[in-house]
Design a protein. Sequence first.
Length: 131
Amino acid sequence: MNIFSLFHVQPYALLERWKELRAHRVIAFVHYAVFVFFFLSIAVTLWRWQILPPGVPIWYSRPWGEDQLAHPLWLFLLPAGALLWHGINIIVSALILHEYPVFARVLFLSSLLVSILSFVTLIQILLLVSL
């Protein structure tokens, strides 16, 4: 099954729609900001890597104690998840750009929100365990 046939868009047309999206000032800013937050998250994690304990609190939905702790490599899940979310939003926005242009912009703003929240959460975890 070809997923592009569901949306009546060929893969090469997605690239053209992406170029249309990038022409919009807000979308270009959000795209740039998402990557800035991604690289800042990676840089801050690597900067504090040597002083991280063997277990860092990642799983806040679990009961307090050992269940919340994970290996420090799991810290990379936050920026990777934000980048994955942004990638999915790029594809969906390119598919719906002509039918729902405002919704495409809202998807990009949600990418920015997810990136900011991911970065803030990562900083809070790093400050909690390394100070």
